[in-house]
Design a binder for this molecule. Structure first.
Ligand SMILES: Nc1ncnc2c1ncn2[C@@H]1O[C@H](COP(=O)(O)OP(=O)(O)OP(=O)(O)O)[C@@H](O)[C@H]1O
Ligand SMILES: [Mg+2]
Length: 395
């Protein structure tokens, strides 16, 4: 156990693996089983989808570490332009590292005057020139004790063509019984595009994992476990306040946990006052680092729709929004709404309704005057949110 003045265990910030990865143990277990050599299961192709800040990147990293511990070679990339070439380079490096150097042969022995012995180092055969060839070659080097895991983050429609090439190659290697696994992560709409446009059976059979906000119990776990594991305590009322302030948003469990830890670092116990300060800071942080940049990428019309929604205390009725916006046609409103759903800013909790997907966006819009496609996950999200206690009223 460390002393109360030890550094904060929380990992506030995108892509930082938290000390307790709450609520994801089922996924982790299923993946561990899937990569047991020879146990080909649908989880070997995993598509992880979810809103910003819900924990896609850290889940990918956790599963990657798990595969590495199990003796697999892991190749990780972000699916931006040129990712196939970057993956090929990484495959070449991995092959070079694992290729047996072979015995050194003596090619000639010279006699005086300048006695010499010539050695020929057998050239490792040139690495194959195609992605598929590289995958096959590396698979041959790591099997039968392991396989190759590819993780691809921030998959998007923009690199769909490359993605098709990539998935096609893996599909062919898998059909030749190689030990290959792939995990892709992206926002809902990006994963949906891949499934719609992707032609490989490998993808169509892939296992879909819809990452959502954390349940109440998992939120308590994400905050309290690291505190106890690092030698401090948190009062029950403080834990309750902190968990409610996160609204189950994984990003906030780390941010609030971190700020609360640092508030009075030399005290043994984290108090309600510490947590209140942290929660207030985190709300501002959400505004500056999440809401503001997200809003900055939107058109005036999209922002106007959000402003109209912010007048409601809960989900907005689309019919009502249409009236508030005046002369807008249903088709036009539908287009704007789809764009906002795609951007992960709003979601449809039920038909005909629209709500903010990110915590505190409503408050942010109210404080900063900014003048019917059902989201596939809307109903689930609505259910989970309804079961979560409301945020503190004085926040
Ligand atoms: N299961 C979890 N338990 C506790 N904290 C989590 C969990 N998942 C994510 N976090 C924390 O949430 C923050 C965001 O995680 P991450 O960067 O993985 O989100 P993301 O879904 O990849 O976001 P983006 O869509 O912007 O890429 C990080 O600080 C991370 O530590
Ligand atoms: Mg990410």
């Amino acid at each position: 156990m460390s002393s109360p003045s030890s550094p904060s265990p929380f990992r506030a910030g995108f892509g930082k693996v938290p000390p307790t990865l709450a609520g994801r143990s089922k996924i982790i277990r299923a993946f561990a089983e899937a990569i047991e050599v020879g146990a080909w299961g649908s989880e070997r192709a995993l598509l992880v989808r979810g809103l910003r800040g819900v924990g896609k990147t850290v889940l990918l990293e956790t599963l990657r570490r798990q595969a590495e511990d199990a003796g697999w070679v892991t190749i990780s990339e972000t699916a931006s332009d040129g990712f196939v070439v970057r993956i090929m380079n990484k495959l070449r490096e991995a092959i070079t590292l694992r290729q047996p150097s072979g015995a050194v042969k003596i090619s000639s022995i010279g006699i005086a005057p300048i006695g010499h012995i010539g050695f020929v180092h057998p050239e490792p055969s040139d690495p194959p020139a195609t992605l598929e060839g590289l995958v096959e070659k590396l698979a041959g080097l790591v099997e039968p004790t392991g396989g190759i895991l590819f993780t691809l983050d921030e998959v998007s429609a923009a690199t769909m063509k490359e993605f098709g090439v990539f998935a096609g190659s893996l599909q062919r290697s898998i059909s030749r019984d190689h030990e290959i696994a792939m995990i892709c992560a992206g926002l809902h709409t990006d994963i949906a595009t891949i499934l719609r446009d992707g032609t490989s059976t490998f993808l169509r059979r892939a296992h879909n994992e819809n990452l959502d906000f954390l349940s109440w119990e998992d939120t308590l776990d994400a905050i309290s476990t690291p505190i106890h594991a690092h030698g401090r305590t948190i009062s029950p009322d403080a834990l309750d306040y902190a968990a409610r302030a996160t609204q189950g948003y994984p990003f906030l469990t780390q941010y609030i946990g971190d700020k609360a830890w640092k508030e009075n670092q030399n005290e043994q116990n984290i108090s309600l006052a510490d947590v209140k300060t942290a929660a207030r800071l985190s709300k501002r942080q959400m505004g500056a680092n999440i809401h503001e940049p997200a809003l900055g990428r939107l058109s005036i019309q999209e922002r106007t729709l959000l402003a109209a929604m912010a007048q409601d205390d809960g989900p907005s009725a689309i019919a009502e929004l249409r009236q508030r916006l005046g002369s807008i046609t249903p088709q036009h409103l539908n287009n704007i709404r789809s764009k906002l759903v795609d951007a992960g800013i709003v979601y449809a909790p039920q038909r005909g309704k629209l709500d903010f997907a990110l915590p505190y966006l409503r408050d942010y819009l109210r404080e900063h005057t900014v003048t019917d496609a059902m989201n596939a996950t809307g109903a689930d999200l609505a259910k989970a949110r309804a079961a979560f206690p409301p945020p503190p009223t004085d926040l």
